[in-house]
Design a protein around this ligand. Structure first.
Ligand code: ADP
Ligand code: MG
Length: 403
């Protein structure tokens, strides 16, 4: 983790570390007059204190695991040596050693520190009970169980603090990454929309000229066939651009209102009636009253047109497409049922992927737009399909009471 990389964190880190080093130094200086000769324990303390300070100061520059482990090990030994050299020093400091590793927000390091502290405390208590029988530790010898329980409780508390802060940190980091990602997507989406818009104008001009040439008797029928092909391809490109641009429309153009699903479905099925008749497909509508939702009417129409159009396109000649809507508790559920070609499980899983289309003239953008619209209104869309038997698309929107 590169948690000390930004300048603010670095400043706070150095402030904390300098205070820590100052405390170590003051401790060492205060003890100088008490020394009658050079003591091994004091020397060891100086070496440990120096090593720990160097590691702490180097850490922001080289955020390596070795430095982290060295800091934890050196700090642990330092506090235990302090406790052994000065029996009066506080036992609570030993309990708090794993809290140091919380600063690094690294689970493995924390568990290592917890384990190390457990091992060191057992060694210390073993030493006090069986080797050092001197009076300085009599208070521990008399209440060894109490001290052990205190130690265990403190470790459990530190564990919970670490667990809670760590999971919160992870969530925040994830949220931050998602924010960055969506910001990037938004910017690239706006850029793509601008490019798409610019492409549409020259396409229209080229298509217009080709249509003129197509009707010009001076061209051979072979050439005219080429023009028709070109026009078809340009129409396809235009369709992709138009569908893409509807998604990139600014939010303020998409005001939400309370919509009666019955009215919208009626107008959408009326619109698609003649499209269905091309292959003799009829649309049957079954809607109950009191199906109101909160949405933008244009987006809702766009969603339903896409789904019903797909159902018609998948249907065999003369098949019926059934469209229903009813209330289910706090939701309004719309279903578009066809008895057409259906899809395999793998095909259903791919729905909504940009440019996924099995049609020769499909854009593969329709369902992606639908998924976006449904998600925006906290709805759900689900496809149940059986190959060669048909598909049921269920769209679920939160019910909105009419006021
Ligand atoms: P397009 O209609 O332009 O191909 P869509 O995103 O609307 O793009 O649909 C993607 C693909 O999903 C279609 O090409 C089709 O293969 C499949 N599909 C969608 N709805 C149905 C349906 N009701 N029955 C069978 N296949 C479907
Ligand atoms: Mg479609």
């Amino acid at each position: 983790m590169k948690e000390i990389k930004n300048t603010l964190n670095k400043k706070i880190y150095y402030k904390i570390v300098c205070t820590g080093i100052a405390i170590i130094l003051i401790g060492l200086i205060i003890d100088i007059p008490l020394l009658s000769k050079v003591e091994f324990g004091y020397l060891f303390r100086v070496i440990l204190g120096f090593g720990l300070s160097v590691c702490l100061l180097l850490y922001p520059k080289y955020e390596t695991d070795i430095l982290r482990i060295s800091i934890i090990v050196l700090a642990s030994i330092y506090f235990y040596i302090l406790f052994l050299l000065y029996p009066g020093s506080s036992f609570i400091l030993l309990c708090l050693i794993p809290a140091l590793s919380i600063l690094f927000f690294n689970s493995k390091l924390f568990y290592f520190s917890l384990f190390l502290n457990g091992a060191l405390i057992l060694i210390l208590f073993g030493y006090i009970l069986f080797i050092n029988q001197a009076y300085q530790y009599s208070y521990i010898q008399e209440d060894i169980i109490g001290y052990l329980l205190n130690f265990l409780t403190s470790q459990v508390i530190i564990y919970f603090i670490f667990h809670l802060t760590n999971s919160r940190m992870k969530k925040q980091q994830l949220y931050y990454e998602q924010m960055q990602q969506s910001e990037r997507l938004k910017t690239s989406g706006q850029l793509a929309a601008a490019v798409a818009h610019e492409i549409r104008n020259p396409l229209t001009v080229v298509k217009g000229f080709l249509q003129v040439f197509e009707g010009d008797p001076s061209f051979s029928s072979e050439r005219k066939r080429h023009f028709t092909l070109m026009i078809d391809e340009l129409k396809m490109a235009e369709q992709v651009i138009s569908q893409f641009l509807t998604m990139a429309k600014p939010e303020q153009e998409k005001a939400t209102e309370i919509v009666d699903v019955k009215v919208v479905l009626q107008s959408v099925t009326d619109l698609l009636h003649s499209y269905g008749l091309l292959h003799d497909n009829r649309i049957e509508l079954k809607v109950t009253d009191d199906c109101t939702i909160s949405a933008n009417i244009i987006e809702l129409k766009q969603l339903l047109i896409n789904i019903i159009k797909n159902a018609i396109e998948a249907s065999d000649y003369g098949d019926l497409v059934i469209v229903t809507a009813e209330r289910e508790k706090d939701y309004v559920v719309m279903k578009v049922i066809d008895h057409g070609q259906g899809m395999s499980e793998e095909e259903v899983a791919l729905l909504g992927t940009p440019f996924y289309s099995l049609k020769s003239k499909g854009t593969g953008l329709g369902l992606m737009i639908c998924f976006n619209i449904v998600e925006k209104y906290h709805g759900k869309i689900e496809f149940k399909s059986l190959k060669d038997h048909g598909t049921t698309a269920s769209i679920r929107f939160p019910y909105q009471n009419q006021v």
